[in-house]
Design a protein around this ligand. Structure first.
Ligand code: SF4
Length: 363
């Protein structure tokens, strides 16, 4: 397939593996922040084909995985209300809350619908003026512009029966939290190309300086990932800590400026709890004062939420790169994609799901 096959060329991949092997003179620990990159690494066996010199740690970049349990439970409570049509991307439906998931709410009679865009939810609101339509607005900076646009349009069109349950998270504060952790082992980052296509990569430059850590903006195909690793190894061996763009076909330093303007208008920074990790200051977006009338968490006061994680799940350690998914005792036993105990086993971008899908049962 054009534009994909050239980034999956086995000959070029072999050359890049050989180059990385020759460049690395010692052991380096590299984190890919994005779940899409984790999936590509496991699917293509990149981590297995690299020698012990390069250790890849799978970071907290799957938005489904890090959405806090309190928000999932709030979504379940709102979706169970009688007059509500609850719209979500499909991968949120199986994410386990404290007691059930959105599929269960649907089977119990809740009107839960899968949509492919927040603008679809807006259309449903227009078609059902006697119902309250709620969209589950989660994700990193990548999905945020479309969500911001949906809320903006709702206001422009005067659609009063639309609201959004917002739980956006941001990559730079997560990198800051990882690098500030006493248990941190990460020496270089592959930054997510799609996030940078929206936000640019200027935000990463102070982080690279502050923590003396190289960051390479990287795509998702096997050659993209290998090129990102190659560039990181060169920097690490030379003792440099700079931000480099290895994904220029999609990313510019300044990013998508009109999208950033829309985000600034609709959202404001907030502290955000990350599932399995805890609260990270100024690591999320919530609706700004001007758009707060569309905030589903204010429109539907669903009472006190008491969360209960599975005591078996160690996804917090997986998300911080402290253990690999197959080192969790429940992996492939009590916890499978059909019966996930934690969010990292649900989403196709989750590290536990990727390990399970590609048969990584031995650590
Ligand atoms: S395998 Fe399942 S129980 Fe273990 S960390 Fe992953 S999601 Fe949690």
């Amino acid at each position: 397939m054009k534009y994909l096959d050239e980034f999956r060329d086995p000959e070029l991949a072999r050359k890049l593996f050989a180059e990385i092997e020759a460049l690395a003179r010692r052991h380096w620990v590299i984190m890919e922040v994005c779940g899409g990159q984790t999936h590509s690494i496991i699917r293509n066996g990149i981590d297995q084909l690299l020698t012990d010199k390069i250790e890849l740690i799978h970071g907290p970049g799957c938005p489904v995985c890090v959405t806090p349990l309190e928000i999932i439970d709030r979504a379940l409570a709102i979706a169970s209300l009688p007059n509500v049509i609850f719209c979500s991307f499909g991968d949120m439906l199986r994410v386990p809350g404290s007691e059930k998931d959105l599929f269960r709410v649907k089977s119990e009679g809740g009107d839960v619908r899968i949509v492919y865009s927040p603008l679809d939810a807006l259309k449903i609101a227009q078609e059902n003026p006697d119902k309250e339509v709620v969209f589950f607005g989660i994700g990193f900076e990548t999905t945020a512009p479309a969500n911001a646009m949906a809320v903006y349009q709702a206001r422009q069109l005067g659609i009063k029966n639309f609201s959004m349950l917002v739980s956006h998270v941001l990559v730079p504060p997560a990198i800051e939290a990882i690098m500030s952790s006493k248990s941190n082992r990460v020496q270089g980052f592959l930054a997510a190309g799609h996030v940078c296509s929206v936000m640019g990569y200027w935000q990463y430059e102070p982080l690279a300086r502050k923590f003396n850590v190289p960051i390479v903006v990287t795509g998702f195909e096997p050659l993209d990932v290998l090129e990102g690793i190659r560039r990181l190894v060169i920097q690490l061996e030379e003792g440099r800590a700079e931000v480099e763009n290895a994904y220029p076909r999609a990313v510019r330093r300044q990013g998508n400026v009109p999208a950033q303007k829309m985000l600034e208008e609709v959202f404001v920074l907030c502290d955000r709890k990350w599932r399995g990790i805890g609260e990270i200051p100024a690591s999320g977006w919530e609706l700004s004062e001007a758009f707060r009338e569309f905030d589903a968490s204010l429109r539907f006061p669903v009472g006190n939420i008491h969360t209960q994680e599975s005591p078996l799940c160690r996804s917090g350690e997986v998300l911080q790169g402290i253990i690999k998914p197959n080192q969790c005792p429940a992996f492939g036993k009590e916890c499978t994609p059909r019966k996930p105990l934690g969010a990292t086993m649900v989403s196709s971008e989750g590290a536990c799901a990727a390990y399970y899908r590609y048969g990584r049962f031995a650590s």
